[in-house]
Write a protein that binds this ligand. Sequence first.
Ligand SMILES: *Cc1c(COP(=O)(O)O)cnc(C)c1O
Length: 826
Amino acid sequence: MTENRANGTAPVTAPQHSVEGFVKEFLRELHFGQGVTLARASDNDQYLALARTVREYLMARWLETLRRQFDAQAKSVAYLSAEYLLGRQLDNALIATDLTEIVEEGLASLGIDLATLREQEVEPGLGNGGLGRLAACFVDSLATMSVPCIGYGIRYEYGIFRQTFVDGWQVEQPDTWLSLGAPWEFPHPEHSVPVHFGGHTETYDDGGVERTRWVPAWDVLGVPYNYMVPGYQNGRVNTLRLWSARATKAFDLQIFNSGEYVDAVRAQTFAENISKVLYPEDSTPQGKELRLQQQYFFVACSIRDFVENVLPEDFDLHDLPERIIFQLNDTHPVIAVPELMRILVDEKKWDWDEAWAVTQKCFAYTCHTLLPEALEVWPVELLGRLLPRHLEIIYRINDDFLAEVAQRFPGDELRLRRMSIIAEHPERSVRMAYLATVAGAKVNGVAELHSQLLRDKVLPDFSEYWPDKFTNVTNGVTPRRFVRLANPALSELITDAVGPGWVTDLERLREMEPLADDAEFRERFRAVKAHNKDRLNALLQRRDGITLPADAMLDVMVKRLHEYKRQTLKVLHIVSQYERIVSGELDPTSIPRRVFAFGAKAAPGYKMAKQIIGLINHVGAVVNTDPRVQGALTVVFPPNYNVTLAETLIPAADLSEQISLAGKEASGTGNMKFALNGALTIGTDDGANVEIRQLVGDDHFFLFGLLEPQVEQVVAAGYEPSRYYEENRTLRRAIDLIASGAFANGDRKVFEPIVSNLLHEDRFLVLADFQSYVEAQERVDAAYLDTEGWTRSAILNVARSGFFSSDRSMWDYIDRIWHAQPVVAR
Ligand SMILES: *Cc1c(COP(=O)(O)O)cnc(C)c1O
C-alpha cells in the first residue's frame, strides 16, 4: 500500500455489496484469517473477522484513490501531528461504505449481534484530547472532500493511559490497545526508513564549496503502519501513516559481534522505546529527551517517505511547494523545518538561500495555546546533543532572520532579543513556536478570539513584522463521527427533515430552523434525547454499575482536567447547591433534578488536577447518598473518558459546560459536539464559544463570567480571591464545607491544597466568576422548566451549528493556507 508509485496494477475488486456477499466473505475471514469455525469463534474472533471483511470493501477504493492522486500529480496535504485520537474504526468504516444494514442482517443470519462485536474494539487512543481529536477530524474531512492528504504520526504501542478510580482517586493503567489484534493496520517493514541521532558535524571541501555533513552516532528504523481513512460514501480512502521504531540491523550486529547478547537486546529496547508510549501531558510541554526523539523520529520518517516514496522518482524538489504543504499541528513537529533544510543543503547540495526559499513555502503552523507555559522550548544543550546539525541550521535561520529584523528596526536591541528563536533565560533554549513562525508560510489560530490574542499577546512582534502571515481557521468536528455515527436517532430525524445531504454539507441543518416552531417536531426531538439518555444509562450500568435517575437534566462537563478549564467552578456550584439544600435555604423539589456528569483524565504528574478528580468523586459520594437532597442532585464520573464514551455521553446531554476562564481556551471542540447534538451551552466568552453564541443567538446560550479584556484588568489591579470569599456568603459556605472535611470523613487536610489554592492564588479566577456562574445556572433551571422553550432552543442549536463541521475548517485551510484541490473522478 505504500507502493504509491505503482500504477497499472491489476484492478482489485471488493466483495459483493449484498448480504450473501458479506456473509461469504465474513465466514472466509473467520475460517482462513482467524482459523476458527463459527461454532468455536469467540466474540473477539468474530470482531477481527468482521473488521477484516469490512476492510476488504475499502481496499479497492484505497488503491484506486492512490492511483488517481498519483496520476493527477495533485498537491497533497501532509498533516504532521504527534497525536491522532481516532476512536473506534469499525463503525466509521461501516457508515463510510454504507454497509451497516447489510452487516447487521448478515451477522443476524448467523446468530451474531453486531452491537456485541462493536464492543470488542479497543479504540486507538493515540492522543491526549482536543489536539489529537482535531487531527482525526481533519483527516476524515479531507478524505470525504476527496482532497489528497497523508496524515503522519506515531504508532504508540501504548496510547493514552486507561483511567481507573481507587477510592475516588485516579490510578493509571497501561492502554494495551494492540494486545487483542490490530485489524485496521497494515505494516510495511519493506518501506522502513532509517533515522539518525547524536554524533557530530564536520565540514569538508566539495569542489571548492565548503559543505557540512552530519556524522551521527546511532540510528533507528521507522516502520510505517498504514491505516485507511475512508471518505464518507464517496469511494475515497486516504492514508494515515504512523511510524513505529525498530532497532536497526547495523545497530544490533555491532553489539552482537562483540558477543554481548544481553547488551544487544537492551539496545534494541532502547531504540524501540521511541514509539513505546504517548506522553500523557496535555497542553504542558514535558521537557524529556525521549519526547524530542519522538518528534524528530516521526518527522524525519515522514519527510523521507514523502520525498522518496510518494513523489515520482525524477521529481525536481524545486517544485516541492506545488506538491506538498506540511501542516504543523502545534510545535511538536517543528523540527521538520531544519530537517528539510538539512536534506536540501547537505544531501542535495543546494545553496542555503535556494533551500530556504523552498522550505518557507512548504510549511504552515497551527498554534493551539494561549498559556505561555505551554509554549514548547528545547534546551540548546539537549537539542545539540541529539541533533547537532539541526541546531546549527536553527542558528543560521535565526542569524539570517535577526539580520533582517535589525535592518528594518535599526538599533532596536530589545526587539531582537524578544524575537530571537534562541531564548537566553532561564537557560539557552530554542523557542519552537518562533521557529515555526519564522519558517511557516502561514500561522493560524483555531478560533477568532484565539487568533486575535495570538496576534496581540503571544506573537505581537511577529504579527507586526508579518501581518499577512497570520490568519484564523476556526476548528470543527466531523459530523460523520459526532452526529451520524454517535447519534443515529437524531440523524434519522434530521434526514427526515432536510434529506440525507447534511452529512457532507452541514450548513443544510439550517433548513431545520422553522421546525423549532413545530410542536410535533419538538416532541420527536425530545423522544430522541430520551432515547439517547436510555442508551447512556444502559452503557453506564454495563460499564460502571452506575444508574442514572430518570427524568433529570443531564449537565455534562467532559474534557481534560486542567485548572484553566475550571472543573473546580463546576464543583463549587454543586457543593453550594448541596449546602443550600441541607441548610434549608433551597427546597430540592423547587429545582429541576440534575445529573452532573464528569469525564476527565489528569496528566499523571499533575497533582492539583488529580486532587480535583478526587474532590469530584468524594463530593459525589456524599451528595448522591444524602436523603435530604431527595435525588435533586446526582454526581456521576465514569472513568476513562475517551472518544468511545463521548459518542454515547454527548448525544444524551442537555447542558454543555464550557466554563474556562476567558482568554485561556484556544477553541475547544467539545463545545461544538454538544451544540450539534442539541445541548445548550453554559459558557464563558472564550475560544469558539464566542462563535457558537453568535451563531445560535444569545437567547439560546447561557453566557456568564468576565470577558477577556476584563480578566486582564482584574489581574492588573491585583486579584485577591479571598475578597470574593469574604464578600459572597454562598461562595464562603461552599468553600467552608469543603474545608471542613465534609467530603473526606472529617479530615480537613485531604482537600486543603485545593482550598488554599482557591483562596490565595486562584490563577484562573474561579472565585471572581462564581457569582455570575451561579446566576447563569439559575437561568438554566428556569429555562429547563419551560420544556417547549428548551426544546426549541436545543433544535436551534443544532440547526445553527453547521458552521462547526470540520469540512468547513478544511475549506478554510485550503482557501487561506494550502491552496490544494480535490482530486475529482475522471
Ligand atoms: C472532543 C474531545 C476532546 C476535546 O474536548 P474540549 O472540551 O474541547 O477540551 C477531548 N477528548 C475527547 C475524547 C474528545 O472527543
